[in-house]
Design a protein around this ligand. Structure first.
Ligand SMILES: [Ca+2]
Ligand SMILES: [Ca+2]
Ligand SMILES: [Ca+2]
Ligand SMILES: [Ca+2]
Length: 424
């Protein structure tokens, strides 16, 4: 019995020593084993699988670990203090292109600044990525799914998080004492508690967030001066919750956007799936605020998810004459055309349908004829007359003669050089 206990203790010691005590230095061409300390940059050519303690420890400033699509895995997710990659007190580390599973934290950065994580997958850990007391770090293209907490920042400022996916965790992004950071293009879906949680945090800018969770989409607590706009909060149990906080829920200044194939400039807020207001003037912004609590409202709620507000225009026809801008040599066409005395055999678009009318010889029946504004490159009769040399006041009263329209279309006579001289 006693022997058994000693044996077990001995085994435990051996495992313990294998995991932690015999950590060696590695880097460059020297392959790392689980728990080793990286003292120089390396591009990995191997995986580290089933690490019993830490995966790798960053041991100096300015180290680049290019995981080169390799993987570091722990033995099991437990609450023991083991990290896939651990950087304590180091700056300017770059960790790139790898996957990390099965640790307490996939990556833990403590008291480090100006570090970069790029193209990292940190799934199936207790915490995907953890930054504490760390500033000016840049996280780009990160996937952190199926963890308990996807990404945690604590007591950190000046960080930039871009293209982050945080799905199927218990908690999405958990940000406390988090100041002056930028979050852009965050997808946080199907988490149990919340998509993004901000506590005692200020001056953060959050844009292009898509949040669709079983709990809160975004929960802001005891925080001030945060800005959340151009985001979509879709079918969360509660799309936004704010407690003891005042935030700005729209763009701080007007932005150019497109909606319904038209260009607008104005303030934009967020898309809320449970917004029930309407948009009578058709500018894509709801006419009544989306209320969050007595201190918070989105005064510019979007009618459809935010990404639709920046779509390129399809065959935009700014002057609405039926000729898309890309073919329209005459901007600002005014239709219908008004002539004081529209004459038989003269042409103009007097009903504004984009096809020129003329009168028959009896001066009565109006009929659409041979020519449309598509034929005239989007130019009305009056615009054509403006190009035509000489005095054309008469024609402005009567409409364009057939010859005038023909010459313009065929680029003949007086119209010959118009197009070449790029006067038009
Ligand atoms: Ca509106
Ligand atoms: Ca046009
Ligand atoms: Ca017409
Ligand atoms: Ca035109």
């Amino acid at each position: 019995m006693r022997t058994g206990i000693f044996l077990a203790a001995g085994l435990f010691l051996m495992v313990f020593m294998a995991g932690s005590v015999y950590a060696a230095d590695c880097g460059g061409m020297v392959q790392c084993n689980c728990g080793d300390t990286l003292t120089s940059s390396q591009t990995m050519w191997y995986d580290l699988i089933n690490c019993q303690g830490n995966g790798l420890v960053i041991g100096a400033d300015n180290i680049t670990l290019n995981m080169n699509r390799h993987t570091i895995t722990g033995s099991a997710v437990s609450l023991e203090d083991y990290y896939g990659i651990y950087a304590d007190g180091h700056n300017y580390a770059r960790i790139l292109n790898g996957e990390i599973y099965n640790f307490l934290s996939g990556i833990r950065v403590y008291s480090g600044s100006n570090n970069q994580l790029t193209n990292i997958v940190a799934n199936n850990n207790y915490e995907g990525i953890l930054f504490e007391s760390s500033s000016n770090n840049i996280l780009t293209n990160i996937i952190s799914n199926n963890n308990h907490d996807s990404i945690i920042f604590y007591d950190s400022s000046g960080n930039k998080l871009t293209n982050i996916t945080s799905n199927d965790n218990s908690n999405g992004l958990k940000l406390s004492y988090f100041t002056n950071n930028q979050l852009t293009s965050i997808t946080s879906n199907n988490n149990i508690q919340f998509g993004i949680f901000l506590y005692d945090s200020s001056d953060n800018i959050m844009t292009n967030i898509i949040s669709n969770n079983n709990g809160d989409g975004i929960y802001i607590m005891s925080s001030s001066n945060n800005k959340a706009y151009l985001s979509s909060f879709i079918d969360n149990a509660q799309n936004a919750q704010s407690y003891d906080s005042i935030s700005l829920w729209n763009s701080p200044s007007p932005v150019d956007y497109t909606y319904d194939n038209k260009i607008f400039t104005g303030y934009l807020g967020n898309y809320w799936s449970d917004y029930a207001g309407s948009d009578a003037d058709g500018n894509g912004v709801g006419d009544t605020p989306y209320l969050i609590d007595s201190n918070n409202a989105d005064n510019y709620p979007l009618m459809i998810p935010f990404e639709n507000y920046f779509k390129p225009l399809v065959n935009l026809d700014s002057d609405n004459d039926g000729v898309p801008d890309k073919n329209d040599k005459c901007p600002n066409t005014i239709l219908p055309e008004v002539f004081k005395k529209f004459k038989p055999n003269n042409y103009g678009d007097i009903d504004g349908d984009g096809v020129f009318e003329t009168l028959n010889n009896k001066g009565k029946a109006i009929k659409d004829t041979l020519y449309s504004l598509t034929d005239t490159y989007g130019c009305s009769c009056k615009q054509i007359l403006a190009f035509k040399p000489g005095k054309n006041q008469d024609k402005e009263k009567f409409g364009c003669e057939k010859e005038t329209i023909k010459k313009f279309i065929k680029e003949k006579g007086w119209a010959k050089n118009l197009f070449k001289q790029t006067k038009i």
